[in-house]
Ligand binder design. Structure first.
Ligand SMILES: [Zn+2]
Length: 333
C-alpha cells in the first residue's frame, strides 16, 4: 500500500516535469519565431523612416547644389555642370509680350501692361489653355476662392507670400491638398526690400521657399515677381534676378490677361469683363487676379468668370505645371 502510494506520487511528479518541459520547449520555439519577426518589423519601420529622411535630404541637397553650386565645387563636391532651368530644357521660347510699363513702387498699374502678344482669334487653333492665377494670398478670402474652385472642379495657381500666422497654416495646406499649384510671390512683398539688391532678392526668395517647404512639404518652383518682371521699380537689373531664378531652376510667370482688380474702382463687372473679353485673344492665357481681403469683387466675379471660360469652345482651365509655357514680359534670351 505504502509503495503503491509512493509510486503514484513519483509518476505524478514525472508527468508534471514532462508538462513543464513541454511548455518550456513550446515557449522557446514560439520566442525563437516571434523575436526575429518583431526585430524585422522594427527594422522595416526604421528603414522606411530613414528612407523618407534620405529622400528629403537629397531634395534639400539638390536645391543647395543649384543655389550654391560654385561654392560646393570649391569644396570638392561632384561637379554637375550649370543647372538648367526646366524652362530652357523642355519648353519652346516663352510667350513674350513687349516691354510693359509700370508706375511707382507699391502702385504698379497692371492694366497698363501691353498685351501686344494678343493673337487674332481666327489664327487660334486647337485647345485654348487658361491658367487662373491668384497673387498676394493667403488672405481671409482664400477659403472662399478655394470653395468656388472646388464647386466648379477647377484647379488654379496661387502665387503666395510668407504669412507665418497660425491661422494661415491650414490655408497653405488646403491649396496643396485641393490639388492647386503653389507658386511663390516673395516673402515680404516689400518692393523696397526685394528689389534693393540681388542679395535681398535671394534672401527673400530663400526665406519664402523654406517657409513653404516647412509649412506644406512643397518645394515650390514657380515664381511671380511682385509687380511682374516688368515692374519698373527694381533697383537691380531684372535680368540678374531672372538669371538667379534660372540657376535655382525656378520658372517665373507673368500674365497676358489681367483682371484689373488692383485698380481703384474695380467692380465685379469690370473684373468679369476684363477677363472674359481678353481670354479669347489668346490661345494660352495666364490670367492675373488677386487674393486679398480687400478684393471681394474678385471673389464675387469668379463663378461667372469660370462659367464663361468653360462655355468657350475648346477651352480648358488648368493649373501651372512643369509643362506650362511661361508668359514673360521680360524674357532672358
Ligand atoms: Zn503682389
Amino acid at each position: 500500500m505504502e509503495s503503491n502510494k509512493a509510486e503514484k506520487k513519483e509518476r505524478k511528479e514525472y508527468s508534471s516535469r514532462i508538462r513543464r518541459l513541454r511548455r518550456l520547449i513550446l515557449t522557446t520555439v514560439a520566442a525563437s519565431c516571434l523575436i526575429p519577426t518583431c526585430i524585422c518589423v522594427i527594422l522595416a519601420v526604421r528603414y522606411d523612416r530613414l528612407n523618407d529622411r534620405y529622400k528629403q535630404a537629397s531634395a534639400d541637397l539638390e536645391w543647395y547644389r543649384s543655389r550654391y553650386g560654385s561654392e560646393m565645387e570649391i569644396l570638392g563636391a561632384e561637379e554637375e555642370g550649370e543647372p538648367q532651368s526646366p524652362a530652357t530644357e523642355t519648353k519652346s521660347s516663352p510667350v513674350s509680350t513687349s516691354d510693359a510699363s509700370a508706375d511707382e513702387e507699391m502702385d504698379v498699374d497692371y492694366a497698363t501692361i501691353d498685351v501686344s502678344g494678343a493673337q487674332n482669334p481666327e489664327d487660334i487653333e486647337g485647345t485654348r489653355y487658361v491658367y487662373l492665377t491668384f497673387d498676394d494670398g493667403p488672405s481671409s478670402s482664400t477659403d472662399e476662392i478655394l470653395d468656388i474652385l472646388e464647386e466648379y472642379d477647377v484647379k488654379a495657381t496661387f502665387f503666395v507670400c510668407g504669412k507665418p500666422s497660425a491661422k494661415y497654416k491650414d490655408v497653405y495646406a488646403r491649396i496643396v491638398d485641393d490639388g492647386h499649384t503653389l507658386g511663390m510671390h516673395s516673402y515680404s512683398h516689400k518692393y523696397s526690400d526685394i528689389y534693393s539688391s540681388l542679395d535681398s532678392f535671394k534672401d527673400d526668395l530663400d526665406k519664402l521657399r523654406i517657409f513653404l517647404y516647412e509649412t506644406t512639404g512643397v518645394w515650390a518652383r514657380y515664381y511671380r515677381f511682385p509687380g511682374g518682371s516688368s515692374n519698373g521699380v527694381s533697383q537691380v537689373d531684372m535680368k540678374e534676378l531672372i538669371d538667379h531664378l534660372n540657376s535655382a531652376e525656378i520658372t517665373y510667370y507673368d500674365w497676358n490677361v489681367s483682371a484689373g482688380d488692383d485698380r481703384a474702382g474695380a467692380t465685379k463687372e469690370s473684373i468679369y469683363s476684363n477677363i472674359v473679353t481678353n481670354v479669347p485673344k489668346f490661345k494660352h492665357c495666364i490670367v492675373l487676379m488677386h487674393d486679398a481681403a480687400d478684393k471681394q469683387s474678385t471673389v464675387d466675379a469668379l463663378p461667372q468668370i469660370i462659367e464663361a471660360i468653360q462655355a468657350m469652345d475648346d477651352t480648358v482651365i488648368v493649373p501651372i505645371t512643369d509643362n506650362t509655357l511661361p508668359v514673360q514680359h521680360i524674357n532672358n534670351n
